[in-house]
Design a protein around this ligand. Sequence first.
Ligand SMILES: C[S@@+](CC[C@H](N)C(=O)[O-])C[C@H]1O[C@@H](n2cnc3c(N)ncnc32)[C@H](O)[C@@H]1O
Length: 296
Amino acid sequence: MRHKSWIIKDLLKVTADYLKEKEINSPRLTAEVLLSHQLNTDRVNLYLNFDQPLTEKEISGYRSLIKRRLRHEPIQYITGSQEFWSLDFMVDPQVIIPRPESELLVEQAINRVGANFAPQNQSPKILDLGTGSGALAISVAKEVPQARFWATDLSAAALSLARSNAEKHGVSERIQFMRGDLWDPIINLDITFDIIISNPPYITSEEYNDLAPEVRDYEPRLALDGHEGGMYFIEKIIQGGLDYLSPGGWLIMEMSPDQTEKALVLVEQIKGYGEKTRIKDYSHIYRVVMAQKVDS
Ligand SMILES: C[S@@+](CC[C@H](N)C(=O)[O-])C[C@H]1O[C@@H](n2cnc3c(N)ncnc32)[C@H](O)[C@@H]1O
């Protein structure tokens, strides 16, 4: 790339062509998102200022962003943000980038709250186990203002980012963030929950090396690796869930499609769960398993 006399339109075209040649997904969109990030503006403004010349500093900054993407760094870590549930979340390499399919957990949690807690004066208690960026708890909190939340993670760095996201979205006073392994942080709290949502690590260790470099080399292994067979956390959560759910409360978990069947078998085998179901995501594959603690 030459330094002089570049205007936005030409720079975008050349960059998109280059990214395409290097087989980077969505080359034009990538070129636009990274240029708008560099110029601290939005993509619409790029189009409105197509003939604007760029300074050398802007071009060299843009070039470093493009280089990072060429090394397969996810665009969201470069820009530091990801939209989820129409909210903007800060992300960094200490947390996984929230995925669109996880919005299904948010949707189901909101539905359950609606079904069980119609009167607005009730205050459902919701646990987000392995909160990462906080995307799930924060999204539900925005929709259910009367609910109170507990959000846990083993990673202190993730919790710190989740707290910042909660503050950004004005829900930090209703979410208690706690660090620890799975149920450890809540063992002594003497609370049961109306809803437990979790998107635990569920990639099998065997599949790990075959993941796209964007995921394998940049997202935290702690957030992805579900150990041999990928069911380690899913099993622990299904088994432990009954101790922490209120009667009639729902466990809502994300997993991979082939794990949903195994999870349902496990739920069936454990005395204490009643109604159970699995739900397909927007790509029409089973993604979420839900189980209700019997209302005794
Ligand atoms: C797949 S990520 C989900 C993050 C977020 N809930 C989302 O949906 O975007 C799993 C999260 O579980 C956390 N985690 C991994 N092992 C854990 C453990 N033993 N106890 C608690 N959290 C754990 C990871 O740090 C990570 O943030």
